[in-house]
Design a protein around this ligand. Structure first.
Ligand SMILES: [Zn+2]
Length: 199
């Protein structure tokens, strides 16, 4: 068995890996979890294990879900003719929170970054092309971030979808350049969707 100091140290190390948690916050959380009865600590450990084991990419759109199909893809009321292409599952959350989009999503899993070695094969671009060619899709909205890499990814995707007969559009520039979608408020996202233009 590890030394008490050893297990505590391991907890602190794991906590400081979390975004926004520095050494002081990590200590505060660790002491909170270990104070009094331990049901918070056990509950947190169970929840972490459950998400780590059960959450996976949706078979259709690659959004994170604990099912085969995510709730958006499984919803028959959504418009399957429009696919909004985003970089991460957090972007899906931003759009869903804004509530103005009724189509389906496609999560790329990042954006092209040739300098960092992220080529097309690292993203779900092939699956996007397959989905689009399968039929029933009228429009693909490229909602990658308004950054150099986001624009490059959108351009690559639009070339990939050229000749499919599907309308390819890009979000309007209502979003501050360089900003991520998750920081945009509901109105900004609605405006960007409304003002989208043909690629
Ligand atoms: Zn899905």
């Amino acid at each position: 068995m590890a030394e008490p100091a050893g297990v505590m140290q391991r907890l602190l190390e794991e906590l400081t890996r979390l975004p926004g948690i520095g050494p002081k916050s990590a200590e505060r959380i660790a002491h909170f979890l270990l104070s009094g009865d331990r049901h918070h600590a056990i509950g947190l450990a169970d929840a972490l294990r459950a998400v780590a084991e059960k959450i996976r990419p949706c078979r259709e759109c690659f959004n994170l879900t604990d099912r085969d199909l995510c709730p958006v893809c499984a919803d028959p009321k959504r418009d399957a003719g429009v696919i909004c292409v985003v970089e991460t599952p957090r972007d899906v959350t931003a759009f869903e929170r804004a509530g103005s989009f009724r189509g389906l999503y496609h999560v790329l899993g990042g954006r092209l970054a040739p300098l960092d070695g992220v080529g097309p094969e690292r993203l779900t671009l092939g699956a996007l092309a397959q989905r689009t060619r399968r039929g029933g899709v009228r429009e693909v909205i490229l909602a990658t971030s308004p950054t150099l890499e986001g624009d490059g990814t959108a351009l690559f995707a639009s070339n990939l979808l050229a000749g499919t007969g599907v309308s390819v559009t890009r979000l309007a520039r209502g979003l501050p350049s360089g900003a991520s979608l998750e920081l945009a408020n509901a109105q900004m996202l609605a405006d960007a969707l409304e003002g989208r233009r043909t690629f």
